[in-house]
Design a protein around this ligand. Sequence first.
Ligand SMILES: Cc1cc2nc3c(=O)[nH]c(=O)nc-3n(C[C@H](O)[C@H](O)[C@H](O)COP(=O)(O)OP(=O)(O)OC[C@H]3O[C@@H](n4cnc5c(N)ncnc54)[C@H](O)[C@@H]3O)c2cc1C
Length: 572
Amino acid sequence: MTAVLAIIGAGPRGTGLLERLAANASLLPAGCEIHVVDPHPAGAGRVWRPDQSPLMLMNSRAGDVTMFTDDSVRCAGPISPGPTLAEWSGLDDDVFPTRRQGGAYLRWCFDRAVRAFPRGVRVFVHQTNAVALSDGPRQTVALANGTHVVADVVVLAQGNVGGHRTPEQLAHQDFAARTGGTYLPPSCPGDEDLDRLPAGEAVLVSGMGLAFVDLVVLLTQGRGGRFTRGRDGSLTYHPSGREPVLHAGSRRGVPYLPKPVLPPLADRAPRFFTPALLARATTPGELVGAACRELVWAHYRELFAAHTARTRMPWDAFASEFAALPITDPALEVLVAQAVPDQADRADTSFLRAPLTRSFPDQAALNTWMRDHLRHAVARATDPRHSAHAAVLHGLLTVSEVLERAAPTPSTARTAAVLSRFAAYLGSGPPPHRLEQLQALTRAGLLHFLGAGLRVTRTDAFTAHTDSLPFAVRARHFVEARLPDPDARTHPLLLPLAHNRTRVPVDPDTFHVLDDTGDAHPRRLALGLFAGGGALGAFSRPGRNAPFFRQNDDTARRVLAELNARTPALTP
Ligand SMILES: Cc1cc2nc3c(=O)[nH]c(=O)nc-3n(C[C@H](O)[C@H](O)[C@H](O)COP(=O)(O)OP(=O)(O)OC[C@H]3O[C@@H](n4cnc5c(N)ncnc54)[C@H](O)[C@@H]3O)c2cc1C
């Protein structure tokens, strides 16, 4: 009998795992079969599928996306270098590719991995859903097309399966159905039927991150509108007449900061948020303080190095005083005021509190404030004069990397949860030109802001209240523009594995799926947002020893060892 591996989900994670299986092929049992299951094209998967709007862009730059190990990666398996998305496609490193281009790269990576297996290893792709998984001497994966795969080892790599609904969201859905309006719960806007949002009608939008930008693009350019740039560099929107009128707000009240152009960095070593601190810190507060300090430090390190003329103190003197002061100490402000005369050059820590705290008499005044805010945000992200503001992202990346490599403890989990409140705002924002487009859309009267502290209730219509406006805004249509939270319990295949949790429990060290008593299934593994254990979904940058590669390599070798261990038993 042949040893069989099934991989459910062929997005970046399933593809990365396949690449590591091929790289470690010397450990493969002779005559092995690998079955890959995904309803979307293998490699690209759902998020990066080729049949989506070409207007959808990645929020990663082409040079920051790689699916291949390099010398920085510390793993047991062989390093098998390959091109970044930029190198493969010929795009400049700084370009934000379309999601289709990202998907084409991933499909190529998938095919390359398949070709890299030695003779005797056969890879089968089933372009359908896996709908059930049952156990026995071998495991059976039932497929939606009526067939099934019998496998010795199963790896689940299903990404963000979505599905979570709160009672409030169900009530919104019911209200929209009764009142003839529309309610779109959290989802990828590109997966929704946006024709349900009629031209010219007001739509409330909650959320101002990735999904918000997708929604705005699809409802404006996607409906035939155009942007043109004037001689003065400003952008004008020319409506098609088919757009709805959006009223957008969120808890924070402002869109995510645009992805900055990162200045070069000579030394990536953490200065404050170090592995040693993680080992000795006794409270999450200590860790959060050190993380914030790392971000502010990244700002001043860049300012003193690249814009020395705008500082009034030698770096060494500033650095040693800075290092001696807690981040919350008022003496730090005094030090900064002495060393950095221009307020605009000082680190902006409003992301820690609230960037929008004012209130406005009307939406026109809020829109004007917002355009100014967005203009500043774009300048800071793109103008080399403001590279210190961009460098804060270096600090965030450093903190994330230290956290990713640390052994999970309640303190690190709590720290990660606190950081997650602003990490996406700082580091997962859209390409800068998207914020210019938002400004143009407010000038065209198609986008109005609601501000911070958004709550949406149901009266005679959906009704938005915020802390920024003295009145409520009503509309028949309401979109929750954010990606859904995964709920494994809402998926037939995952429900029995979830034990009434929203994520499938796994051993965080090995990604083995745990049963309801906490015992690991030796031949069933799960990696991705739908599972616990910290194997999350985002592209890996080159040269960063990214956890994606280490996790995939470990998993591949574990799978291969298990297949090998079973091969004698399988031989009749
Ligand atoms: C709209 C959007 C844009 C994003 N943009 C970026 C970006 O620019 N940069 C970045 O770093 N990250 C981005 N992300 C995060 C992104 O999710 C990750 O980059 C990456 O796609 C995660 O890979 P994954 O394989 O874990 O999950 P996915 O890409 O979601 O792949 C999981 C696959 O599993 C399949 N699957 C699920 N259930 C089943 C089943 N029952 N049977 C068979 N197959 C199944 C799905 O069809 C899917 O193809 C974005 C996410 C979204 C949703």
